[in-house]
Design a protein around this ligand. Structure first.
Ligand SMILES: Nc1ncnc2c1ncn2[C@@H]1O[C@H](COP(=O)(O)OP(=O)(O)O)[C@@H](O)[C@H]1O
Ligand SMILES: [Mg+2]
Length: 366
């Protein structure tokens, strides 16, 4: 068993930065866990504490049934892959992969078997004699992975390993990492700020913000039922539309839909949950929008619209960090072509609507 358990883990850096404010979660044996959140939220700090590269201020980290708080990194049976690859420039690819095993005194023939096997899995056998500078970014990334694989550790730790690659290669390597992990079945914790990477890689997703966990769950469960407005706007792109509403706002539409907001609330609708409203009887929430801007990206069209003021009344106001008053993003099929300045009607089904407390910290209604 090589699960990883974090119990009320906290980190205060010297100087008083509370980087991690009390985090609990468990990664099951063989699971792929992704920590996702904006830059500075504490992802690397948490991963480095699991690796033993940072001390733990309080709480407990348990790997495979053993509390490792006081155990040296080399004795934790983990292997880490860093964003900058951290390869030795003067060593060949072969030696970069063999180095850690030699340091442990492993017999040469066994090292050779492990290095060649990893090279084969990663398709870098023809490059074993090259130096890192003779490799492309993607190939260097494979060598860094290879160095982790040969260790046959209980746990892989990845800190934004694809961030230095161009967009196309990032997608290709993402798929490879997932295939590799399925094959090796090694418990993994993977850090990224990229929600798409997080959604596609994770068995279990931990969304972090400001040194705390916002939500833990399966990626699609989090997408379908974000627990807070932070999660709602971080997971999914373009982000969920968030509007501050009074219970009787939107011309009584919420009442008509039998959505009971206990006073003011925040209403959330994902851009992809809107459709152009046809002539048929309106279903769900209907909004009229004045088209401000259009982005056509081929398979889909993003429409940026503003809700016209009703009877000269105020538009719904947004809080800092949310959409400007009344602005809505709608995702339509690629062939949809409204014109700028046009008024369009869009609708979203009732079960696609999300309701949060006014401060966005909790989900209401389900
Ligand atoms: N060695 C350090 N000393 C003091 N503060 C640090 C140190 N490393 C990181 N921090 C702070 O801790 C917080 C979390 O950083 P980090 O874990 O690197 O975030 P992330 O990886 O999510 O971008 C940030 O506010 C950062 O400035
Ligand atoms: Mg980081």
């Amino acid at each position: 068993m090589s699960n990883v358990v974090l119990r009320d883990v906290k980190k205060t850096y010297p100087g008083g930065v509370d980087a991690i404010k009390g985090i609990d979660f468990e990664v099951g044996d063989g699971q792929f866990c992704v920590l996702v959140g904006p830059s500075g939220c504490g992802k690397s700090t948490l991963l480095r504490m699991v690796a033993g590269l940072e001390t733990i201020t309080s709480g407990e980290i348990d790997i495979g049934g053993r509390v490792v708080n006081q155990i040296e990194p080399a004795d934790r049976d983990i292997a880490m892959v860093f964003q900058n690859y951290a390869l030795y420039p003067h060593m060949s690819v072969y030696n970069n992969m063999a180095y850690g095993l030699r340091n442990r005194g492993m017999p040469k023939p066994e090292i050779d078997v492990r290095v060649r096997e990893a090279a084969q899995i990663l398709e870098i056998t023809p490059m074993l004699d090259r130096k890192p500078r003779q490799l492309s970014g993607g190939q260097r990334q494979r060598v860094a992975m290879g160095r982790a694989i040969v260790r046959q550790p209980k746990v892989f730790l990845f800190d934004e390993p694809l961030s230095n690659l161009d967009a196309k290669l990032r997608v290709a390597m993402r798929v490879e990492i997932r295939k590799l992990q399925r094959r090796l079945k090694t418990t993994s914790i993977y850090v990224t700020h990229d929600q798409m990477e997080a959604m596609t890689l994770a068995d279990i997703l931990v969304v972090m913000n400001g040194g705390q966990v916002e939500q833990i769950g399966k990626p699609l469960d989090i997408y379908k039922k974000p627990a807070t407005t932070f999660v709602a706007s971080f997971i999914g792109a373009p982000p969920m539309n968030l509007l501050s509403v009074a219970a009787n706002d939107l011309g009584g539409t919420l009442d008509a839909l039998q959505i009971k907001a206990p006073g003011d609330a925040t209403l959330g609708i994902r851009p992809e949950d809107f459709a152009l409203a046809g002539a048929a009887a309106p279903q769900g929430l209907m909004l009229e929008l004045m088209v401000d801007a259009i982005e056509r990206v081929g398979a889909e069209t993003y429409v940026y619209g503003t809700r016209p003021r009703a009877n000269g009344g105020p538009t719904v106001s947004a809080r800092p960090g949310e959409l400007p008053p009344g602005e809505i993003i709608v995702r339509l099929p690629g062939e949809a072509a409204p014109a700028i300045g046009e008024r369009i009607k869009v609708s979203a089904l009732r079960d696609k609507l999300h309701l949060f407390s006014p401060d966005g910290r909790s989900r209401i209604g389900d």
